[in-house]
Write a protein that binds this ligand. Sequence first.
Ligand SMILES: [Zn+2]
Length: 335
Amino acid sequence: MNGGTSLAHASERDSEEHDESAIRDRNREPCPICGQTGAREWLRGPDRLHGRQEQYTLLRCPACFLVWLSKPPKAAEMHRHYTDAYDSLISAGGENSPGRWRDRNVALAPHKQSGVLLDLGCSSGAFLQSLCGKDWDLFGIEMSAESAKLAQAKSGANIFVGNILDAEFPPSSFDVITCFDVFEHLYEPRQVMTRIAKWLKPGGIFYVLVPNVDAAEARVFGSYWHGLELPRHLFHYSPASLKFLAESAGLCQVSLETRRNPAVGTSLRYVWDDVFRAVGIRRTPVAYRGEASLPWRAARKLVRMTILRALLAMAPIVGGGESIHAIFRKKEDSQ
Ligand SMILES: [Zn+2]
């Protein structure tokens, strides 16, 4: 009896010691952008898109407010998390949204209308294709050889296949560098931002889009927020941390705003997946589910008209819309 109790106590002690040592480890993990120690746990969550159970921990820097994935999967293991189902979802999203690319052209136009443009993580080239026939000399960087081939065929752009940091462009090569929904996937954001600053011509523009970890929807849904994309998103930016990163590489902010990204339905699906799991029903994970059924689409519409409206009303007070659209410029007098 006593033995059992002391074993239980020993095991509690072990677990407390384990927790304490995990906290100590994290406190030693300095911020990858500003180097500050004392990061706090922001939240824990699994890869809900694929319905996996492994838990990941996000830390937040107390100085620059960057949020990052503690102990991310190694690059060589990352292919397990970028499944074919994920790739299909991403390319379907890109191909089916001509309005999205039009909006980005409109946002770019007041700053540059011609020149040499590089799109980082250009996927199958939908954005580059939207610039065809205008006065642009187009370049892209893409990890997937298959997507790069498609991008080249569609846009005529010159595509480098591989990591951004392995591409070798001379300094001051580009008038514009764009990076849409890619920066949050990078292992080395500080080095990439420095490289962008080097590749831009003086006065050149960097146009970047990332999810906003401080968005109203992110705060409401916590680990269920679809924008977390654990463990594929390695860094999670707020307007303040993105600005800090760009400025520390020598770029100046031209504009930075948050916009609504109407995907609240995915976050809700994640909540329902857990509700069903709690009563023993395992639903097909979102990555493999295909087009939503009619009742589900109707439910989503209802949510858009109720919860989403409330979120929108709250957004200006509690951190803005779900995606950050930012334009930075390299100073005219820099090298
Ligand atoms: Zn920091």
